[in-house]
Design a protein around this ligand. Structure first.
Ligand code: HPA
Length: 251
C-alpha cells in the first residue's frame, strides 16, 4: 500500500474514497493523528496529516518516529511525502512543484533514529541517495503523463523551525548548495530508510525564501496559504497519475 504524508496545505486527500480511520499505537508514542485508509482509482492508499488534522503540531514537535512506524505497521510499502518549501533559486517560483533528489539536515534535537537505547545494536543506514530513486522516477514519469511541470532535481534543506530563516541563513544555505528549504523532511526520510520503506517527496514552493525576490522585506503567511491552496490540486493529480488512475488496467 502507498501512504501519503500530507503537510501544510494538504491535511486530507480529497480524491481518497475513505473506508475507515485507525488510531495506531507505537512503541514511540502516538502518531500525528489517525491514519485514514481508502482507495484512489481502486488502489489502496493510506493518508496521514503530518501536523495533525487540526494543524496543531509544529515541525519540531512532530513525532516522526511514531508516524513512520505506524505506517509500516499497517502495511505501507511506499511513502510519498508532501510538504511546502521556500525557494532559494530564482527559477523556482511560488506554485512550482519540485521532486528533490538530495537533503541536507540542519535540524537538531529531534528523535531521528530507531537504533538507540539499551537493547539496540549500532546500525548505520546507507543514505547516499536519501530519496528512493525508483519512486522518484515514478513521480517524474507521472508528472510528464499528467502534463504537470515539475523540477526533477533539487537539494532540500531541512531547518529546525518553527520560525522562518533569516536572510543571512538563506545566503548560507545557498552557499551550501541548497535549492529549497523546509522544516519537515528530516528525520522523516531517514526513518523511512531505517524501516526499509521507499520514500520520495513532492515539495511545493509556497514562497521565495527569506531575503529573496518578493520575500526581500518579509514573508507573508497569508500569501503562503493562498499559493498552497492553488497548488495542491496539481499534487493530487500527480499522486493519482502515479497510482495509475486513467490506466486501462485501473478499475
Ligand atoms: N523556510 C522553511 N520552511 C518553509 C518555508 C521557508 O521559507 N516555506 C515553507 N516551508
Amino acid at each position: 500500500m502507498l501512504a501519503v504524508i500530507g503537510g501544510s496545505g494538504l491535511s486530507q486527500l480529497a480524491n481518497l474514497d475513505i473506508s475507515h480511520r485507525e488510531i495506531l499505537r507505537t512503541p514511540y508514542g502516538e502518531p500525528s493523528g489517525a491514519v485514514t485508509f481508502g482507495q484512489i482509482c481502486g488502489r489502496p492508499v493510506a493518508f496521514l496529516a503530518r501536523h495533525g488534522y487540526g494543524h496543531t503540531i509544529p515541525p519540531h514537535e512532530v513525532n516522526y518516529r511514531a508516524n513512520i512506524w505506524a505506517l509500516k505497521q499497517c502495511g505501507t510499502v511506499e511513502i510519498i511525502s508532501v510538504a511546502s518549501v521556500g525557494s532559494i533559486r530564482a527559477d523556482l517560483k511560488p506554485g512550482d512543484v519540485v521532486i528533490p533528489h538530495q537533503i541536507i539536515d540542519y535540524t537538531w534535537g529531534r528523535k531521528s533514529t530507531y537504533h538507540e537505547g539499551p537493547e539496540c545494536t549500532v546500525a548505520h543506514i546507507d543514505f547516499t541517495e536519501p530519496y528512493d530513486p525508483a519512486l522518484r522516477k515514478k513521480l517524474i514519469q507521472a508528472a510528464a503523463l499528467a502534463s504537470i511541470q515539475v523540477s526533477d532535481s533539487a537539494v532540500y534543506a531541512a531547518t529546525q523551525g518553527p520560525r522562518l530563516e533569516t536572510a543571512a541563513e538563506i545566503n548560507r544555505l545557498e552557499r551550501d548548495g541548497v535549492d529549497v528549504v523546509g522544516m519537515t523532511g528530516m528525520p522523516e526520510a531517514a526513518l523511512a530508510r531505517e524501516l526499509g520503506i521507499p520514500y520520495a517527496a513532492i515539495s511545493v514552493v509556497s514562497n521565495f525564501a527569506a531575503g529573496r525576490a518578493d520575500s526581500r522585506d518579509g514573508i507573508s503567511f497569508e500569501s503562503i496559504q493562498d499559493v498552497l491552496h492553488e497548488s495542491m490540486g496539481h499534487v493530487r493529480t500527480l499522486i493519482e497519475k502515479m497510482i495509475g488512475c486513467g490506466d486501462t488496467t485501473c478499475s
